[in-house]
Design a protein around this ligand. Structure first.
Ligand SMILES: Cc1cc2nc3c(=O)[nH]c(=O)nc-3n(C[C@H](O)[C@H](O)[C@H](O)COP(=O)(O)OP(=O)(O)OC[C@H]3O[C@@H](n4cnc5c(N)ncnc54)[C@H](O)[C@@H]3O)c2cc1C
Length: 491
C-alpha cells in the first residue's frame, strides 16, 4: 500500500494530525517507535495498576458543547467520545506554611484566597478579570477552523470579523507575559507566588516567562468548563484518537522506529525504518521534538546551516524525576486527586525537587488500581545533565526519589508503609520511553523572547507537530498544532 502522509510518532500532536488527515481522505501511516501509542500521554500497566506516564489534568473533554479544547473538537470531527469524571476543587496547593484548595469555581477560589490575604484576593480578581477579557475574545474562534497559511485571512474575515474587531484592544497582551499583567495588578507576595506557581505548572516557566493567552485559556476553561479526568486514564484519550485514525482509514504501526527522514534536492521522499525498510511518501510529519528531528532524523546537510543552528539553540525545559506507586487505600476515603507541594519557601519554586506534582487518579476511576488500592504519580523537574547509567545510578535514583516521597508524606503521612509497587523514573527513563531529547518537558521559550516555531520546515513536504511547535506545550496545545498542520495541508 502506498501512503500520502507518514507521521513519525503517535504523541497527541502526531495522532491529531494523522487522524484529521485520514478524515480528509488522505492515506496516512503513523510510525511509533514505542510499543504503546501516546508519547508523553501514554498509559502503562504493571501488576494491575494503570499509570499515566504524564498528563492527568484536563478541561473540556466531556459532553459540554461547544468545547474550546482543540482535542475535543478533533474527537468530535472524528466521531469519537470519551467518558469523563468532573471534580472540584481541582487540586490542593501545599505551601510550607499551610495548604490551600484551588477551586474551578472562580468565586470559591477567590474566597479561599481571601481567607489568607483579603487584599491579595482583590488584586487576584483584577488580574483574572484582565486575562478573562482576553479569553472572551480568543474563545470565539474555534481552533478546528484554523489553518497556518495566508488562506486563514479570508476565513477570519468572512466568519469571525466581529471577534477580530473585539480582539484589537487585546493585541498588546497577546504576545506579552503573564508577569506584565501581574505587575500591573498584584502587589501581594502570597498571590504573586500563587500566580508564579500556576504558570510554572503550565509552561515550566514562572509568570514573566509565560505568555498571557496560555493562562487566560487555563483560567477561562477551568472556570467555564471545569476540570475532568478521562475514565481509563490518559490512555483513553490516546485510544479514542487511534480509533478515530483507524476508522478513517489511517494505519498505526507500533514498535516502528524511524531511523531517517529521506530527503533529496530539498524535498522529502519518505522514511527509512530501523529495520532498513524504506517507506515512500510525498509528505512526512515529524512528531519528534525539534532537536530529535533535526539531529537524529535528518542529515546535517539536509538543512540550511543557519536555520539548523538557530533551531538547535532553542533552550529546553528540564526533564523529570517520576515516582509511580501502587499503594494500599485503606483509611484514605477522604483522599483527593491532585496536589502540588512546595517543600521549601526559601528555595525557588523552579528548583529541582522543590515543587512536586502529585496525581492520584484512582480517586476518580477506581478501575485504575486493584480493589483496596490507589495508583499514585509524583513528579518534579530534574536536570538531564546530572544523569548517566554508571555504577551509582541505582543508588542515585533511590536518593533523588526521596523529595518526591517527602512531598507525598504531606498528603499521606504513612505513605512509606502503604507502598506495594514502586517504579522510579529518572530523566534517562523519561528520555528513553518518550524518545525525547534530554527527556525535556519542551522548549523554554519565554514570553517576549521568541515564538514557538510553526509547522513548516525548509524541506519541501516535511512538517512538524507537537510541543516544540506553535502553540507550545500541553495536550490542548499539541492537539492545536496537529489541527493547524492537517488543515493547512488540505484545501
Ligand atoms: C510529567 C508530565 C505531566 C504533564 N501533565 C500535563 C497535564 O496535566 N495536562 C496537559 O495538558 N499537559 C501535560 N503535560 C504535557 C503534555 O503531556 C505534552 O505536552 C504532550 O503530550 C506532548 O505531545 P507531543 O505531540 O509533543 O508528542 P510526544 O508526547 O512527545 O510524543 C512523540 C512521540 O513520537 C515518538 N517518536 C519519537 N521519535 C520517533 C522515531 N524516530 N520513530 C518513531 N516514533 C518516534 C515517541 O515515541 C512519542 O510517542 C505533561 C507532560 C509531562 C511530561
Amino acid at each position: 500500500m502506498s501512503f500520502e502522509v507518514i507521521v513519525i510518532g503517535s504523541g497527541i500532536g502526531g495522532l491529531t494530525a494523522a487522524a484529521l488527515l485520514g478524515r480528509y481522505h488522505k492515506r496516512v501511516l503513523v510510525c511509533e517507535s514505542h510499543a504503546i501509542a501516546g508519547g508523553a500521554a501514554h498509559s502503562f500497566t504493571r501488576r494491575g495498576f494503570t499509570f499515566d506516564s504524564g498528563p492527568s489534568f484536563y478541561c473540556g473533554l466531556g459532553n459540554q458543547r461547544p468545547s474550546l479544547n482543540p482535542l475535543r473538537q478533533v474527537l468530535d470531527v472524528l466521531g469519537e467520545s470519551l467518558q469523563v469524571v468532573s471534580y472540584d476543587p481541582l487540586g490542593h496547593y501545599h505551601f510550607p506554611e499551610g495548604s490551600f484548595p484551588v477551586y474551578c469555581d472562580a468565586q470559591r477560589y477567590r474566597e479561599a484566597v481571601a481567607e489568607i490575604t483579603p487584599q491579595g484576593a482583590k488584586e487576584l480578581a483584577q488580574f483574572e478579570q484582565r486575562l478573562l477579557s482576553l479569553y472572551d475574545c480568543l474563545k470565539d474562534i474555534p481552533t478546528i477552523a484554523l489553518r497556518a497559511d495566508w488562506r486563514l485571512i479570508p476565513i477570519l474575515l468572512s466568519n469571525y470579523l466581529p471577534t477580530i474587531v473585539k480582539m484589537l484592544p487585546q493585541l498588546g497582551i497577546i504576545q506579552g507575559s503573564v508577569g506584565k499583567v501581574m505587575d500591573q495588578y498584584v502587589r501581594d507576595p502570597w498571590v504573586r507566588r500563587l500566580i508564579d506557581l500556576e504558570c510554572f505548572l503550565l509552561s515550566g516557566l514562572k509568570a514573566h516567562g509565560t505568555v498571557a493567552p496560555e493562562v487566560a485559556f487555563m483560567l477561562g476553561e477551568r472556570s467555564r468548563a471545569g476540570v475532568e479526568y478521562p475514565v481509563g486514564g490518559s490512555g483513553a484519550i490516546v485510544a479514542a484518537l487511534v480509533r478515530g485514525l483507524q476508522h478513517w482509514g489511517g494505519e498505526l504501526r507500533l514498535n516502528t522506529h524511524v531511523e531517517q527522514i529521506l530527503v533529496a534536492e530539498g524535498k522529502v521522499l519518505g522514511v527509512r525504518l530501523r529495520n532498513g525498510e524504506v517507506i515512500e511518501a510525498p509528505v512526512v510529519i515529524s512528531n519528534a521534538t525539534l532537536w530529535d528531528t533535526y539531529t537524529k532524523l535528518l542529515q546535517e546537510e539536509d538543512l540550511p546551516p543557519s536555520y539548523r543552528q538557530s533551531s538547535l539553540a532553542t533552550p529546553a525545559v528540564d526533564s523529570f524525576m517520576h515516582l509511580h506507586l501502587g499503594i494500599q487505600a485503606e483509611g484514605l476515603e477522604q483522599l483527593t486527586g491532585h496536589h502540588v507541594v512546595v517543600q521549601d519557601a526559601n528555595k525557588d519554586i523552579t528548583e529541582p525537587g522543590n515543587t512536586c506534582m502529585i496525581s492520584i487518579p484512582s480517586v476518580w476511576d477506581r478501575n485504575l488500581a486493584p480493589e483496596g488500592h490507589h495508583v499514585v504519580h509524583v513528579y518534579s523537574l530534574e536536570p538531564y545533565a546530572d544523569w548517566c547509567r554508571d555504577e551509582l545510578y541505582q543508588e542515585k535514583k533511590k536518593m533523588r526519589s526521596q523529595p518526591l516521597l517527602c512531598a507525598l508524606e504531606r498528603i499521606i503521612p504513612d505513605i512509606r508503609e502503604r507502598i506495594v509497587l514502586e517504579l522510579i523514573g529518572t530523566p534517562l527513563t523519561h528520555a528513553h520511553y518518550l524518545r525525547r531529547y534530554q527527556g525535556t518537558y519542551g522548549p523554554a521559550i519565554a514570553a517576549g523572547k521568541g515564538l514557538f516555531p510553526g509547522y513548516q520546515t525548509p524541506i519541501k513536504g516535511l512538517y512538524r507537530v507537537g510541543d516544540s511547535t506553535m502553540p507550545g506545550i500541553g495536550v490542548p496545545a499539541v492537539a492545536a498544532s496537529g489541527i493547524l498542520c492537517a488543515n493547512t495541508l488540505v484545501d
